[in-house]
Design a protein around this ligand. Structure first.
Ligand SMILES: Nc1ncnc2c1ncn2[C@@H]1O[C@H](COP(=O)(O)OP(=O)(O)O)[C@@H](O)[C@H]1O
Ligand SMILES: [Mg+2]
Length: 250
């Protein structure tokens, strides 16, 4: 049964970067990555071209089922798409399921619900399910992951960030999400000086991610963060953070 780890935080904080480096350096046999962000930057960062692989996002598959084919038994048909491999990428280091962009009107309630069910079924087959979240709190409100082992909140240095910690805690309590560990991670914009503000929250601060020009360059060229050299500043700091949270590192 897989451990469930969720990476959350405000927009642009560095969630997808952290998730990608997590996936690259965690020592685990069977890893499932879930990209819950409709903006879907994780696949590219992790070096996966879904289109070239012939894979659909969950939102695309739902669109085909409900809008194009006008079928109404979406849950059964989505389950079928999962089994036949059309909505799951299978790689050497990890497998990947993405929410994707919804082009029909309405909220992400249904695709979120589908992914929640998939995680419940698939967690039997993996050692770790690692979830990259969209900005904000909606995925928590919708309880896409009702039982979390480790919740990592990536924070930028602002008063809004500190308020964000309180909001995350309120929502998970309000909707009754259970978790074992609540971890704060300072992003690359923090200085040693202002990390004190995070420590004052009383929550466990695992450390900070170093600024890394190589990340900027790779992102600019749309290249995978799996190409980052292993002595790159962010790599070193992320490995340290993962070790603090008791993950084995490759
Ligand atoms: N350690 C870092 N050093 C320098 N830039 C970074 C670092 N981490 C992230 N970034 C930059 O910050 C931006 C947002 O990162 P991203 O991981 O996509 O955030 P999120 O997923 O929280 O929206 C990206 O443009 C990325 O290049
Ligand atoms: Mg992201």
């Amino acid at each position: 049964m897989a451990k469930i780890t969720v990476i959350t935080g405000r927009g642009g904080a560095g969630k997808s970067t952290f998730t990608t480096l997590f996936a690259r350096f965690v020592k685990i046999d069977k890893l499932l990555l879930i990209d819950l962000d409709p903006d879907s930057s994780l696949p590219k960062m992790a070096g996966v071209d879904l289109e070239r692989e012939g894979k659909l996002t969950v939102s695309e598959a739902l669109y085909d089922i409900m809008v194009k084919d006008r079928k109404d038994d979406a849950p059964t048909l989505i389950e079928q798409r999962l089994r036949d491999g059309s909505i799951i990428y299978k790689g050497q280091k990890f497998d990947l399921i993405t929410l994707g962009t919804k082009i029909a009107p309405g909220c992400y309630c249904l695709p979120d619900e589908m992914i929640r069910d998939m995680i419940q079924t698939l967690k039997e087959n993996y050692d770790l399910v690692l979830v990259d979240s969209p900005a904000g709190l909606e995925h928590l409100n919708r309880k896409v992951t009702p039982d979390v082992d480790d919740l990592f909140v990536i924070l930028d240095p602002s008063d809004k960030s500190v308020k964000h910690i309180e909001r995350v805690k309120k929502v998970i309590k309000g909707v009754n999400i259970t978790y074992r560990n609540f971890y704060l991670v300072a992003n690359y914009r923090y200085t040693q000086e202002n990390i004190k503000y995070l420590e004052a929250s009383g929550e466990r601060v695992l450390g900070s991610i170093s600024y890394d020009q190589n990340i900027r360059n790779l992102n600019l060229n749309g290249q995978s963060l799996f190409l980052l050299p292993s002595d790159s500043p962010a790599v070193i700091s992320v490995k340290k953070i993962l070790a603090e949270a008791n993950y084995d590192i490759v």
